[in-house]
Design a protein around this ligand. Sequence first.
Ligand SMILES: NC(=O)c1ccc[n+]([C@@H]2O[C@H](COP(=O)([O-])OP(=O)(O)OC[C@H]3O[C@@H](n4cnc5c(N)ncnc54)[C@H](OP(=O)(O)O)[C@@H]3O)[C@@H](O)[C@H]2O)c1
Length: 239
Amino acid sequence: MDLQGQRVVVLGGTSGIGLATAEAAARQGAVVTVASSRRASVDHALTRLPDRCDGRVVDLTDAQAVGRLFDDLGEFTHLVYTAGEPLKLMPMDTLDLDAAWNFFTLRYFGALGAVRAVLPYLRKDGSVTLTTGTAKDRPGPGWAVAASICGAMESLTKALAVELAPVRVNVVSPGFVRSPLWSGMGEEERERMYTEVGAAIPVGRVGEVEDIARAYVFLMTEPFATGTVLTVDGGHILV
Ligand SMILES: NC(=O)c1ccc[n+]([C@@H]2O[C@H](COP(=O)([O-])OP(=O)(O)OC[C@H]3O[C@@H](n4cnc5c(N)ncnc54)[C@H](OP(=O)(O)O)[C@@H]3O)[C@@H](O)[C@H]2O)c1
């Protein structure tokens, strides 16, 4: 089974893992809609996608705007959610509780709200693929809040797989991936991190967004996969 002619919506699909997933789905023949909050990133993404694809500007923390987006898009087959703002580590000794609450807004509540809003429009033979991360199983200092979001995403996925059946619901858990998510770091520091992390894990490098995109396409197209947490991390959680 491939994605020929199927409509796929990628929320957060204008950069990094989401854009690579949109491109991979389009290569399999899907008609892809990408959405994110900035017009410039939507326009950039559309230069990388075939003409049959389109893009929408929407702030996924605005539940009403998300509802309007799906009312406008109508029926489709696969929803992918990869939206996330640049990562912030939150060491406990300086933890700001408001910032910790807010960190859940886009990654967890944005995904929950999108799934709620999409239900009237998602085909029953379709799928939802969400995003978590290996921080749940391998958190470092400063990762308490981010790791908690990952745990919540995995539990959400399994609960939705039961409640929304026959719609399939899965989640991809990437390890360290070279992407704009890390753009808040200086270039030198970021490259050093990629090199050091890569050298320490079994495959000898950090991930590229295309590595992770293949996992989303697999979960969209595998009819027996639901409630699955698909870790693609170069073996990082093993060492
Ligand atoms: N890269 C990694 O190493 C890694 C590892 C594990 C998990 N993850 C997770 O994978 C997901 C994707 O990461 P990535 O590396 O692909 O990041 P990315 O390249 O920074 O992409 C994030 C996307 O989210 C969109 N976005 C941000 N705020 C938004 C908002 N309020 N409303 C709508 N869209 C919004 C961005 O577009 P706009 O700026 O236009 O809104 C962008 O398209 C994140 O949840 C991240 O935590 C990444």
